[in-house]
Design a protein. Structure first.
Lengths: 282, 288
């Protein structure tokens, strides 16, 4: 019985691991193929099944004029939009979360919990509902197809996440901490800045990681609100898909686009194992 | 503790969020009462004509809504079961624990549309590896993307791959934060692993489970990226979800007024149904 259980357990996680890894292996293999090895028959292992070439990767750094796919600029655009929006969301979200965790707000029937719910509930908003008015709004003020326009939209996507994680986190930071600071003669801002914030770094890191993940992986707003001036990474890669589909450069650019955040998986796991994440996520 | 300073902390975030959102929402409501389309791109007033059209003469919207409900509920249930099983396995000591934990987290860090582009080549009906490997086993090629029924399952497979890690992460974080005493007590009583799960782990995890399921349902209800790249809503309308239908009406056919009507109705339905689901789940799971 014990043995059977163990066998099933390992079979299950090994199968799941294969399922998770399969598309990556396929993409890696495909990125070294050429026209012949993609279109004649299905091939898997380089040298054995097909002769690998670096063409798929070389195209990525060539200029578009010479038949390349310029992925460098979209890369930096994505980086800029994600980081700026995450930073603004974290700053504003953390301040709001602190207020919601420490002070009592009352306005008519609205209490702290309702305000927190208002923040978090913005995640319910389907992107499509916002996209049409934003499309018209941004084109009226001339920010359609610009980085700033996207940052503004991404704040709506990311601030709820920051508030969600930070409210829970601050609720776990003992109140005595700021009370002592206040007795010692700090004003509320100093108490927050000098005492609470340094004790909240794990929470801030988790919130930051989540903001960066959800900013980096967004496609829809970037797709609707930008055209030619500004292109974000996901839009660029998907655009490759709709042409005659050179699978090799498609795979190479896809791999390069998802690579940076895979590091985040390692960071998340570290926090998980140290037990810091459980507090920040519950 | 109560200060007038408290507003200094709260208001910047609150006002930025409201400031960004208030215009789109009011604008959507106003737009939904207009006949804005590519022939008359102006904010005229046609009353509730659009709403009448939606409720009496647009089965395609309601079909897409039920399809969305089916897809998101199915994927979330699968994610919950698989995610919980994975979390339980790597919660305890096991060989290569940290390796498996990292692997199980990776898909949620990857961009859905970009991975979907890969999945599309993966499920390609003549040049993809799935049909090729199955072919070696003597299975007829499966129409992953062009059969109306199978295409739905392909979308589900991709969604489960992409988002089970999120469920896994929330549940594992929850498991790791559980108190130790109930488990010790169960061990002293000599409870079998199965009974331990039913009477100790599951009840303790109920609040966390509810949170995780609701968060995932909210996110799953926005399925759009995957469908957009994988099948473009096809074959026919077999995988078309509400968001995708609104997108077609609004930004492809430029029936902005009608698309706003759809958007607003959709938003209201989402808020109501998610609130009901949250209430029902809380009742069902906490009672035990």
């Amino acid at each position: 019985m014990e043995k059977l259980y163990k066998f099933l357990k390992y079979t299950f996680i090994i199968l799941w691991t294969v399922f998770i890894v399969a598309p990556f292996l396929w993409a890696i293999s495909t990125s070294f193929k050429d026209f012949q090895s993609v279109n004649s028959k299905v091939t898997y292992i380089p040298w054995l099944d097909f002769e690998p070439t670096l063409e798929g990767w070389r195209v990525l750094v060539k200029s578009p004029a010479r038949g390349g796919v310029d992925i460098v600029e979209p890369y930096f655009n994505s980086l800029f939009v994600t980081c700026t929006a995450s930073l603004i969301s974290i700053v504003l979200g953390t301040l709001a979360a602190y207020a919601l965790s420490r002070f009592t707000f009352k306005a008519g029937f609205v209490r702290n919990n309702d305000i927190t719910f208002f923040f978090i509930s913005q995640r319910i908003m389907p992107p499509i509902v916002l996209s049409i008015p934003f499309f018209i709004f941004l084109s009226t003020i001339g920010l359609l197809d610009s980085l700033i326009g996207l940052v503004v939209v991404y704040i709506v996507l990311l601030m709820p996440i920051a508030v969600w994680i930070m409210v829970d986190f601050f609720n776990r930071v003992p109140k005595e901490l700021d009370e002592t600071a206040l007795i010692d003669g700090c004003n509320p801002y100093q108490a927050f800045y000098k005492v609470v914030l340094p004790n909240s770094i794990p929470g801030l890191i988790v919130a930051g990681m989540f903001c960066i993940i959800f900013g980096w992986i967004d496609f829809f707003f970037a797709f609707i609100l930008t055209f030619t001036e500004v292109q974000l990474l996901p839009v660029k890669v998907v655009a490759l898909n709709s042409s005659i589909t050179p699978w090799w450069s498609l795979s190479a650019s896809a791999l390069i686009s998802v690579a940076p955040l895979i590091i985040v998986a390692f960071v998340v796991e570290r926090y998980l194992s140290k037990g810091n994440l459980s507090g920040a996520l519950k | 503790m109560n200060f007038k300073h408290k507003y200094v902390f709260l208001f910047p975030g609150l006002f930025v969020l409201i400031g960004i959102l208030i215009f789109p929402i009011i604008f959507t409501i106003r737009l939904s009462l207009s006949g804005w389309n590519s022939y008359t791109p102006e904010m005229n007033f046609i009353g509730i004509t659009n709403y009448i059209r939606l409720f009496t003469d647009d089965p395609r919207f309601w079909e897409s809504f039920f399809r969305l409900s089916f897809l998101s509920v199915t994927t979330v249930i699968l994610q919950y079961i698989i995610g919980f099983a994975l979390a339980l396995i790597v919660w305890r000591e096991i060989k290569f624990k940290r390796f498996f934990r990292v692997i199980f987290l990776i898909p949620m860090m990857t961009t859905p549309v970009i991975m979907t582009v890969i999945w599309r080549t993966f499920f390609h009906e003549s040049l993809g590896p799935v049909n090729d490997l199955l072919g070696n086993l003597g299975v007829e090629p499966i129409l992953w993307l062009s059969d109306p029924v199978i295409a739905k399952f392909t979308v589900i497979i991709v969604e489960v791959w992409q988002w089970t890690p999120f469920m896994f992460l929330l549940l594992l974080a929850g498991l790791l934060s559980l108190p130790k005493e109930p488990f010790l007590a169960a061990a002293i009583d000599g409870a079998s692993p199965f009974r331990k799960f039913v009477y100790v782990t599951f009840p303790l995890m109920a609040p966390i489970s509810i949170g995780a399921i609701i968060i995932r349902l909210i996110e799953a209800s926005k399925i759009m990226d995957t469908v957009f790249v994988l099948t473009s809503g096809g074959p026919g309308t077999a995988t078309e979800t509400s968001s995708f239908y609104i997108y077609i009406k609004g930004l492809r056919e430029f029936q902005m007024g009608y698309a706003a009507t759809l958007s607003f109705t959709y938003l209201v339905i989402m808020i109501i149904s998610l609130t009901i689901i949250a209430k029902v789940l809380t009742k069902l799971m906490i009672k035990k």
